[in-house]
Design a protein around this ligand. Structure first.
Ligand SMILES: O=C1O[C@H](COP(=O)(O)O)[C@@H](O)[C@H](O)[C@H]1O
Length: 234
């Protein structure tokens, strides 16, 4: 059945975070009730911080929840630029401290060299992913599908059946490891979490045309098999 994208608008980012945290918690608990375990994929960057704080205080069987990232910068996991660092600081605390977390960074020197090992390490995460929370950059990237990356790399991430890919954005900091489009769309529910007028303008631009290489977030928005709920606050 084809799914429509749902757009939800909130007066404040706090309201958005409360509602989205509740939706995610309900989705994870339903997955546990139905299948005994749940998987949650989250994004990094600056947007999800408050959401993580609220989600971490939700009461559910966190010990049955597997958490991983949509993408990661190939930096030390203790670095302030690391998405894993953000998740450890803001999500894996309070009730959520008992969740099972697998990051995407490993000890290999480069993202390209590390892809195979991280793919193995994610083998036990329940798929399809129960809940995927994506962000979006002002350049129209989501995950680490950057329009400024070499075209062949971006094309690969958008077409491969592999779980993970390396990405080398030319104008954004750090080499990346990212879930592929195939991996992200192997999910039951996607949320796109946006805050601010600029992100709303970018979102509208993404809806207005269909060149995925120009704005890779379109790879998620232009499909109608997996439900995508867009949560936006001013
Ligand atoms: O680099 C990244 O950027 C996007 C968006 O980040 P934000 O700071 O604008 O919220 C994020 O979704 C992604 O996970 C991250 O690696």
């Amino acid at each position: 059945m084809l799914k429509e994208t749902v757009f939800k608008s909130f007066d404040s980012k706090e309201q958005l975070e409360q509602q989205l945290a509740e939706r995610i918690a309900v989705g994870l608990q339903e997955a546990i009730d139905n299948r005994g375990k749940a998987s949650l994929v989250v994004s990094g960057g600056s947007t999800p911080l408050g959401l993580f704080e609220k989600l971490s205080r939700k009461v559910l069987d966190w010990s049955e929840v597997f958490v991983t990232l949509a993408d990661e910068r190939w930096v030390d996991s203790a670095s302030a630029d690391s998405n894993e660092h953000l998740v450890r600081q803001h999500l894996l605390q309070h009730h959520a401290a008992s969740a099972k977390f697998r990051g995407l960074k490993n000890m290999f020197a480069t993202a390209a060299a590390g892809v195979a090992m991280t793919t193995e390490q994610l083998a036990n995460i329940p798929r399809p992913f129960d809940v995927v929370v994506l962000g979006m950059g002002n350049d129209g990237h989501t995950c680490s599908w950057f329009p400024c990356a070499p075209a062949a790399e971006l094309q690969h991430a958008l077409t491969t059946d592999a779980l993970l890919c390396a990405m080398h954005p030319q104008t954004a900091p750090h080499a990346r490891i990212t879930l592929s489009r195939h991996a992200v769309l192997g999910s039951r529910q996607i949320y796109l979490h946006l805050v601010g007028q600029q992100k709303l303008d970018v979102y509208h631009r993404a809806l207005a045309a269909d060149d995925i290489m120009e704005m890779p977030v379109r790879a998620v928005l232009s499909q109608h098999k997996i439900p995508v709920d867009v949560y936006w606050a001013a």
